[in-house]
Design a protein around this ligand. Structure first.
Ligand code: 3HC
Ligand code: NAI
Length: 704
């Protein structure tokens, strides 16, 4: 007897309630429970129709992802869905929350599907490196048509209940919150109206439509191949849908199963599943007591309406939180507000925002020049230019006007948050909230806890981050925090590799082939070469022994070639076109540089480019872990996937390093450190220790 699925009765309706918090994942006990309770309902002469629904906040969020990679435990979900479809009594799925993956597959095994308006449905398996494996690839095309099904399954994007109704995935959408009432009422209507059974597997009309266009699958394959660069499972999805068109249901299901097992065994699946859990783990701050309750945040203020401040203000307005935007001068304020409006207008033009919603969001942004207007804010985020003196001045003023208990955060990308906190009389309320550019788009939020940041402040900035749709990760105070500190290592290698003989294009190609959306130098051109140049200058001035010697990229910056914003950087750009093109002038600058430095250019193999760029980052990641700046390797992975385009299917830099094998990385770093006489490439103590013990980063546990 399984506890996770209960059979309840309401007149002639048998209600199967799946109760496996928090998201009713379809683990073994749920699968068995569905079979057992369904058999019980079939055997009960009082029950004429069955409703399946989820207890708690949602229907079913899919297969239990924690079971992947372990020996399969019967019954298989596919068999459960087939059994539901073959049930002797009609079955209705009543959906609230999310019917994702295996959850939607269960629903598609039912005769009818009713949902409440706020529900979402989807087959997001592709985001985990797999494909629907319980009949989804065979049944969705029968309901929604081949084209829509391929699109849904290869992007993994969920559909709202209304969209799903239009697509034919759902039969009815109703307003309301009582899912049990909705399901029972629908089932009673089916009985009263004497509706016929409607097994999805028997439907053929939508497949017939697709068969009339024989080129459709090939076209879809090409689109998917282009869109899902390097990914394995999207193409397997197309193969499975092709089977739905050409084979009877049973054979199609068999083919799907074989493709599913193939996807399950790929390194991409391992990487993506790691990324899924790492992100959720990162949401739980290591060492933070569960008693630390978030403070209420109803009103926000942002100081500085420049590149970052404007985007940050939008993040809050987008979710309905009023935000006061403070500038030092009227002209800067006007400019900032105009940029925000332009951003919204462009979203409206693309059809992704209603004009009325734009007005609502603009109405939530309250521009001001007066600190007095910040007195009501529960959270203030400072985003003025990067100067310790200026930031301390702002925090000193904030200390005077902010209400007691208000959280004072800085968006600094490099400065010491402890020192900034020292400008106030309430360092316990001060933290970092490091957004990434463009702040209204980028998912990553590096939250920074300084030495005195209060536990409830830490809890609040994580909760607020989630509320505005970010992926928040808590880090400690150090130069560049986690992401930029590791990036600086990669930048340094990339610059050196070019000095030694590689071309910038070759370095970028290795990184894009690896799966980054952009190479190192194309990214510098986008962010502005001047940013890194100023940082390197500062570090040299400060006498940092680890500062990189002046280099060819600095020379480029000295010539005013800052990247896309000045029409050219490492690459040349045609007006209005962001495609990087190799520039002979830059090639010459590099050649001249090498000559002056007496560097005889050598052939640099792709393998060396990859190893030096990425192993240097992994090595820095190990130091960051050793120092406790990041609590877990998965936190670093989450940062790199969400903030720097590290391919999620490789799981993030630390997971990837484990897959490569730490002894291999240690050996390579030692080789480069010796051969090139670069002590900074020596493996860190933690990396050496783990390698010598035959362990990976995954063996590390977070400090409690
Ligand atoms: N299996 C196991 N655990 C799951 C899970 C799943 N399918 N989905 C969510 N969880 C866990 C999370 O790890 C988290 O655990 P934690 O509290 O211990 O960290 C908890 O449930 C809550 O999850 P979230 O923090 O993500 O909660 P949200 O409310 O933000 O989001 C959600 C809910 C939208 C359902 C989101 O969790 C989600 O997208 N889940 C994955 C959905 C998915 O990919 N389903 C397909 C699975 S593969 C499949 O079905 C194969 C089939 O075709 C055979
Ligand atoms: P910016 O120069 O575009 O904007 C700064 C704005 O602050 C300007 O509009 C300026 O008028 C205003 N300002 C200056 N002093 C002020 C004061 N005392 N009171 C009110 N407003 C004042 O700078 P940007 O790029 O937005 O950077 C802001 C902060 O964000 C910096 O700390 C930077 O390191 C950090 N950051 C920047 C990223 C980027 O990619 N640009 C990414 C992540 C963090």
């Amino acid at each position: 007897m399984s506890e996770m699925v209960k059979l309840e009765r309401s007149g002639k309706v048998g209600v199967l309630v799946v109760d496996n918090p928090p998201v009713n994942a379809l683990g073994q006990a749920v699968r068995q429970g569905l079979l057992d309770r369904l058999a019980e309902a079939e055997a009960d002469p009082e029950i004429a129709i069955v409703v399946i629904l989820g207890a708690g906040r949602t229907f079913m969020a899919g297969a239990d992802i924690r079971e992947f990679g372990k020996p399969p435990m019967p019954p298989a979900l596919g068999d459960v869905v087939d059994r539901i479809e073959a049930s002797r009594k009609p079955v209705v799925a009543a959906i609230h929350g999310t019917a994702f993956g295996g959850g939607l597959e269960v629903a598609m095994g039912c005769d009818y599907r009713v949902a409440i308006a706020s529900a979402k449905v989807g087959l997001p398996e592709v985001t985990l490196g797999i494909l629907p494996g319980a009949g989804g690839t065979q049944r969705l095309p029968r309901l929604a048509g081949v084209e829509a099904a391929i699109d849904m399954m290869t992007t993994g994007a969920p559909k709202s209940a209304r969209e799903a109704l239009e697509l034919g995935i759902l039969d009815e959408v109703v307003e309301g919150a009582d899912i049990r009432g909705v399901g029972v009422a629908f089932a009673e209507r089916v009985l009263a109206e004497g509706r016929q059974r409607r097994r999805t597997g028997d439907l053929d009309e939508r497949l017939q439509e697709a068969r009339r266009d024989p080129g459709m699958i090939e076209k879809a394959r090409q689109v998917v191949e282009k869109r899902s660069r390097n990914l394995v499972s999207p193409l397997l999805i197309v193969d499975a849908v092709e089977a739905a068109l050409s084979l009877p249901l049973r054979e199609g299901l068999k083919k799907e199963r074989a493709l599913f097992v193939r996807a399950l065994e790929t390194p991409q699946r391992r990487g993506l599943v790691h990324a899924f859990f790492a992100q959720r783990e990162a949401a739980k701050v290591a060492g933070l007591s569960p008693d630390a309750r978030p403070r209420d945040v109803g009103e926000v203020a942002v100081i500085g309406a420049g590149t970052m401040g404007g985007g940050i203000a939008m993040c809050f307005a987008n979710v309905g939180i009023p935000v006061t935007l403070l500038e030092s001068e009227q002209s800067a304020l006007d400019r900032g507000v105009a940029t925000i409006r332009r951003n919204y207008e462009s979203t409206v033009k693309k059809g992704r925002l209603q004009s009325a919603d734009m007005d609502k969001r603009m109405g939530l942004i309250r521009p001001t020049l007066s600190y007095d207007d910040l007195a009501q804010a529960d959270l203030v985020i400072e985003a003025i230019f990067e100067s310790m003196e200026a930031k301390k001045d702002v925090f000193g003023r904030l200390d005077k006007v902010a209400k007691p208990g208000a959280i004072l955060a800085t968006n600094t990308s490099t400065l010491d948050v402890n020192e900034i906190a020292s400008a106030t009389t309430r360092p316990q309320d001060v933290a970092g909230m490091h957004f990434f550019s463009p702040a209204n788009v980028m998912k990553l939020l590096e939250n920074v806890r300084a030495s005195q940041t209060a536990p409830d402040v830490q809890a609040t900035i994580m909760e607020v981050g989630k509320r505005i749709g970010k992926v928040p990760v808590m880090v400690g105070v150090c130069y560049g925090f986690v992401g930029n500190r590791m990036l600086h290592r990669r930048t340094r290698e990339a610059i050196d590799l070019v000095e030694e003989g590689a071309s910038p294009e070759a370095v970028d190609a290795v990184l894009t082939d690896f799966g980054f959306p952009m190479g190192q130098f194309a990214m510098s051109d986008l962010a502005g070469i001047d940013v890194g140049w100023r940082i390197r200058q500062e570090r040299r001035k400060a006498g940092d022994p680890d500062a990189q010697a002046p280099n060819w990229l600095d020379r480029l910056a000295e010539q005013g070639r800052f990247g896309q914003k000045t029409g050219g950087g490492v690459y040349a750009y045609e007006p209005g076109d962001r495609t990087p093109r190799p520039d002979p002038a830059v090639a010459k600058l590099i050649e001249d540089w090498r000559r002056e430095k007496n560097v005889a250019p050598r052939i640099v193999e792709e393998q060396e480019i990859l190893e030096r760029c990425l192993y240097a980052m992994v090595n820095e990641g190990a130091k960051i872990l050793d120092e406790g700046i990041a609590a877990r390797p998965g936190d670093i992975d989450t940062i790199w996937i969400n903030g720097y385009g590290f391919p999620a299917y490789r799981g993030g830099p630390m997971f990837w390093a484990d897959e490569v094998g730490l002894p291999i990385i240690v050996e390579a770093l030692e080789k480069y450190a010796a051969k090139l006489d670069r002590p900074h490439l020596q493996p860190s103590p933690l990396l050496r220790r783990l390698a010598s013990e035959g362990k990976g980063f995954a063996s590390l546990t977070a400090p409690s």
